[in-house]
Unconditional design. Structure first.
Length: 425
């Protein structure tokens, strides 16, 4: 691990001076050895962007800022919750990035000074940049769900950032009596991975069917419709009849507040309680995006979809879940595609070229039982200032032999291997 050291006064001053000098270099001919690119966030978007930058031009000085020494991936984490997979299979180190020549600063970024073009880390280190890429993922809008916050998530887990929360939800399911009730509260969009709550419901139903067959699962949903709904509902009817109940928005499914001590969930039309309660809160861009001034009043970051350039802060690009992506879903697939495209755009801009509008491709697998998955693939291009879905997408057919669902379950695993190798391998 190539962590940065805390600054001495000399390095701090030198950092500021370098940041100021870089202002003078903000011309199209900036492409020169040592151009400093800082990437904040070592998840699916940030790692790939940093690696691609270094791959395109070894001479770039690329720093990845990420507080965790181990990344825990969300995709397939629903299988961990359902006791089908070990959390270790979700975890990755940054060693490979350091070996690629990327400086890895194992700290959180706490402040950004867009005038001086510097990033300030939790330990006080100042890192100057010529271009900054933000890929901080999501944070929760706790203020939008009275009664639920970081502290209450210790008893009513969200498990929407993978790691200890994933294991907590798994342990709660393991400890639950047969005949118990599980609630999953689903937020409105935009949110991280819109189909994942329904994948989670499916895999928890699988766990209950195998281990606690008298139990029930209730989805309290702030949406009326959701992605691949017919495929999910058909699978639920076939695999888990009578086990999953869903209360949609128009039936009063939106959770309006939580009474954590009483384990009570309040919706527009009634109160619910359960043995295991999984609250997926409303979301916004990772907090550092807000601190940087890159998030607008929606909580997300508006960007130019051709360059990923923030519309609010100069020399800053935003990728992954944090950006306002229009029609492109907030997924690891999208973050990966955006990370690669953003690296290409930055190197083009540094070379004084006009970047080509990117065409992004994403695929999302939904696993509803160990050998049963389906998928949705899409292509996206800039249109009217956002990413719009263009032709060439595909969804799994509603009716297909079980063999095909099994093949898609294998492809989901292969996709995970490939995308995590892109990021960390
Ligand atoms: P992340 O991958 O979350 O990375 C953000 C990183 O930024 C984190 O490592 C964080 O520590 C770091 N960070 C935050 N703040 C700071 C700071 N101040 N300083 C430094 N670093 C910071 N997507 C799919 O494509 N397929 C799936 O099957 C799929 N399944 C999912 C299942 C679940 C249950 C969930 C919750 C999500 C799933 N996703 C899936 C979505 C996917 O995980 C996200 O869309 C993806 O991780 C977004 O990438 P990102 O780079 O924007 O953010």
């Amino acid at each position: 691990m190539n962590a940065l050291r805390p600054p001495t006064r000399r390095t701090f001053v030198r950092g500021l001076a370098a940041g100021a000098t870089s202002l003078a270099l903000a011309s199209p001919s900036i492409a020169q050895a040592g151009t400093r690119i800082v990437v904040i966030g070592g998840g699916f978007g940030g790692t790939v962007c940093a690696r691609r930058l270094k791959h395109i031009d070894q001479n770039l000085d690329v720093t990845l800022v990420e507080p965790n020494r181990t990344f825990t991936a969300c995709p397939l984490s629903n299988e961990v919750i359902a006791s089908l997979r070990d959390i270790g299979a979700q975890q990755f180190s940054y060693d490979r990035l350091a070996a690629d020549g990327i400086k890895v600063a194992a700290q959180a970024a706490t402040r950004i000074d867009p005038q001086a073009r510097t990033v300030i880390l939790a330990d006080g280190t100042t890192i100057p940049y010529d271009r900054l890429v933000l890929s901080p993922g999501i944070d929760f809008r706790f203020e939008a769900l009275p009664g639920y916050d970081e502290a209450t998530s210790a008893s009513l887990p969200h498990a929407w950032k993978a790691g200890e929360q994933t294991l907590l939800l798994r342990r709660q399911l393991e400890a639950m009596k047969d005949g118990g009730t599980v609630i999953i509260a689903v937020p409105a969009n935009p949110a991280r991975c819109p189909p994942a709550p329904y994948e989670r419901a499916s895999l928890i139903a699988h766990y209950l069917k195998m281990h606690k067959p008298r139990s029930k699962l209730l989805l309290l949903d702030a949406k009326d419709t959701f992605s691949q709904q017919r495929l999910f509902e058909n699978a639920w009817a076939d695999l888990y009849p009578g086990l999953i109940e869903r209360i949609a928005l128009s039936q009063g499914g939106r959770v309006t507040s939580v009474e954590a001590k009483a384990r009570k969930i309040i919706t527009e039309f009634g109160d619910y309680t359960a043995d295991v309660i999984n609250i997926i809160p409303p979301q916004k861009a990772g907090r550092i995006a807000e601190i940087a001034g890159a998030a607008d009043k929606t909580g997300w970051c508006p960007i130019d979809p051709t360059t990923f350039a923030s519309k609010l802060v100069p020399d800053v690009h935003v990728i992954g879940d944090a950006c306002l992506g229009g029609g492109i879903p907030k997924s690891a697939s999208a973050a990966n595609a955006q990370g690669k495209a953003c690296a290409a755009v930055i190197t083009s801009l540094l070379a004084g070229k006009t970047p080509e509008p990117p065409r992004l491709t994403g695929v999302c697998y939904n696993t509803v039982a160990p050998d049963y998955a389906f998928s949705l693939a899409g292509n996206y291009q800039p249109k009217d200032d956002i990413f719009a879905e263009v032709e060439g997408g595909a969804t799994s057919p509603v009716n297909t032999p079980l063999d095909e669902r099994r093949r898609e379950a294998d492809k989901a695993k292969a996709w995970f291997t490939e995308i995590t190798a892109d990021s960390f391998g």
